[in-house]
Write a protein that binds this ligand. Structure first.
Ligand code: ZN
Length: 200
């Protein structure tokens, strides 16, 4: 499948949109390998480009079991080499996954910060299984199995959650929800002192 770089990005729907909660249908056998499915994937790829590491069809209000993933050197430039290897984070070439099912292959979990393109401006710590196995299809209908650990396993779990109507806010440690914007300074300078409180 060649990427049609002329595909127009879609508008990503945000938390509160019913498409993110209503779940998805399996992609029917007849749709594999068709221009319509390729078009959906091209649009999803164009929508994801430069914005994140994964996008699921419900995020563009398409109720089908499809997601795309792409993690690049650019997107991990804020992490040190140690952090990258701790998280098993390394570039993941673009891939589209259709009709996935998954299971954890160990009881081990890990907590990392996640964001979501449908919840812009926030991030939170989310526990996920460390190692999973996924069965599914490529858009041309070929069956594929993925054995994943660390960060790619996290992205797959986040995206498959979208297909089932779950968002990271359903999985997060609630007290870790944080704005990605500057947090603000609060009271005017000096007021805390006049109130007999120590300045931060
Ligand atoms: Zn998301």
């Amino acid at each position: 499948m060649g990427f049609d770089s002329r595909a127009t990005p879609a508008e990503i729907v945000r938390i509160g949109h019913p498409a993110l909660r209503h779940g998805t249908r399996m992609v029917a056998q007849e749709l594999f390998g068709t221009p319509a499915l390729d078009e959906l994937i091209d649009v999803m790829r164009a929508t994801l480009a430069g914005k994140g590491v994964g996008l699921a069809a419900p995020q563009i209000a398409v109720p089908l079991r499809v997601f795309v993933i792409e993690d690049s050197e650019d997107r991990m430039s804020h992490l040190s080499p140690e952090q990258r290897s701790e998280r098993y984070r390394s570039p993941y070439p673009f891939e589209a996954i259709v009709n996935p099912t998954w299971h954890a292959t160990s009881a081990r979990t890990a907590i990392e910060q996640e964001g979501c393109l449908s919840i812009p401006g926030f991030r939170a710590d989310v526990p996920r299984y460390w190692a999973i196995e996924v069965d599914g299809y490529r858009p041309d209908g070929e069956r594929k199995r993925w054995s994943l650990e660390g960060w790619p396993a996290r992205i797959f779990q986040h995206e498959i959650d979208h297909l089932d109507g779950w968002l990271l806010t359903d999985r997060m440690l609630p007290r870790t929800l944080a704005s990605t914007e500057p947090h603000g300074v609060g009271a005017p300078s000096g007021l805390l002192g006049r109130l007999g409180l120590s300045e931060p």
